[in-house]
Design a protein around this ligand. Structure first.
Ligand SMILES: [Zn+2]
Ligand SMILES: [Zn+2]
Length: 186
């Protein structure tokens, strides 16, 4: 990476001059920070000059005796809608018609005929269903509200661990961090 020492802006290796002030760029030796709003990179700045956002570490130039440490936590949150009422008999008159006998048959019927394209099923059965049933089917297309938590694993047990490593933008799926050592599953 090359940088403009005057504007603190970071450029690709191939750039030679700053687009903003025209200064000659120099090879970067400082820590690089990123704005999580405009994604621009800067050195020696705490806030983004474009939008004032606090910058986050993107890549640190570590001495050979330096390393970075972080806490990591993993948890599961389950959310659900309120239960909605269905009469299974009502689907006997639908197209295609339901002919099963129990909840297991009914789930198979819903899975095979309705869930993959609820709107088409509703169009086809406009006159075969009660308004309240149509409402239920419409609502099944929505995701549960994120506030409607039915289970949060943090209430049962903690699952946090510690990692040593280096900030490294190549490891994007790991939060831009290259994990060298971890206490997970120890
Ligand atoms: Zn510049
Ligand atoms: Zn920004």
């Amino acid at each position: 990476m090359n940088v403009c020492k005057q504007c603190n802006k970071v450029y690709e290796e191939k750039s030679q001059f700053c687009e903003q002030c025209g200064d000659t760029l120099v090879q970067n030796t400082a820590d690089v920070f990123q704005c999580d709003k405009c994604y621009k990179l800067f050195i020696d700045s705490e806030f983004c000059p474009n939008d004032g956002r606090q910058l986050k570490i993107y890549k640190r130039n570590l001495e050979s005796n330096q390393i970075e440490i972080r806490n990591v936590e993993q948890y599961t949150v389950q959310i659900a809608t309120d239960p909605m009422l269905l009469d299974m008999d009502e689907f006997n008159n639908c197209e295609p018609s339901y002919t099963g006998a129990d909840s297991n048959d009914f789930m198979t019927y819903l899975n095979e005929n309705i869930f993959h394209d609820i709107e088409s099923f509703l169009d086809l059965n406009e006159s075969n269903l009660k308004e309240s049933t149509k409402d239920v089917l419409w609502h099944l297309q929505d995701h549960p509200n994120e506030d409607d938590v039915i289970y949060d694993s943090r209430n049962k047990y903690g699952n946090m661990w510690r990692e040593l490593g280096k900030t490294n933008p190549d490891f994007r799926k790991n939060g831009g961090f290259e994990t060298l050592e971890t206490t997970q599953n120890n």
